[in-house]
Design a protein around this ligand. Sequence first.
Ligand SMILES: Cc1cc2nc3c(=O)[nH]c(=O)nc-3n(C[C@H](O)[C@H](O)[C@H](O)COP(=O)(O)OP(=O)(O)OC[C@H]3O[C@@H](n4cnc5c(N)ncnc54)[C@H](O)[C@@H]3O)c2cc1C
Length: 268
Amino acid sequence: MKIFTCIKQVPGVSEVKIDPKTNTLVRKGIPSITNPMDNNATELALSIKEKHGGEVIALSMGPPQAEEVLRQALAMGADEAYLLTDRAFAGADTLATSHTLGLAIKKILKDSGDEKKYLVICGTQAIDGDTAQVGPELAEELGLPQITYVQKCELKGDKIITERVFRSEETVIIESKLPALISVLKEVNDPRFPTMTGIVNAHEEMEVKYLNANDLKAGKENIGLTGSKTEVFKIFIPEKKGKHVVLEGSVEEMVQQLCNNLKEDKLL
Ligand SMILES: Cc1cc2nc3c(=O)[nH]c(=O)nc-3n(C[C@H](O)[C@H](O)[C@H](O)COP(=O)(O)OP(=O)(O)OC[C@H]3O[C@@H](n4cnc5c(N)ncnc54)[C@H](O)[C@@H]3O)c2cc1C
């Protein structure tokens, strides 16, 4: 069984700069990391493989430097990695991103004999774009049932059984037959650290395979900026509001003062 993990490279800083002319993130000179929840996705894929067998395939769409996040997945234990990279993919919104990822998954499945039983695991959301749309849109692309906000997951036969967070406080148990797509929360597991051997193998022995628009037989109208239906009117960092208040005194005095302040601000 193939287990795909979708991995996005994101800026590794808490404050990003925005180019006011183009309304896009300034990525130059900013260190990049694996989107944290995507490490949880890879960890889940590896733990399923360890229990039930299979093959873990890491996928990322991005510029050539996104190869590094795929090498990290290989170092954790993924069997194969594919980087979807082409100038024609640039400027993709979530719809064009999901379409491109979907084409790659279909191609990999077809090239390996049209396997019918597979699982796709995404992070719930990326820390930069933050839309949480790619997982659900990718499920639609592939015509798969989807379970989002997953905090527990196990495979039983040809079904996955998940615990999903519902309205922040409740949880529901949802199961689905494979093939299926799930998007996971950080609570689902603690990602392993790659071993030294894993890191060396990932950089010296293993290959990151590149796929471009031609390889995917992607129609220009569905990829990159042309395939993007979203229009960004403005993107900005919210102004910091409110002042920093330090409460002093005994616990009772501080609680009293806190209640008075909240009442003054009509929050209590
Ligand atoms: C008009 C427009 C133009 C844009 N232009 C660019 C651009 O030029 N360069 C750029 O980097 N971004 C660009 N973006 C942002 C980019 O489209 C989104 O970051 C991307 O579609 C993912 O959305 P998200 O970050 O909200 O991910 P979410 O939907 O929050 O991510 C959920 C999960 O989906 C998976 N995932 C998301 N993105 C990828 C990916 N690329 N590869 C593999 N898995 C993924 C991961 O598992 C992730 O945890 C643009 C967005 C818009 C609207």
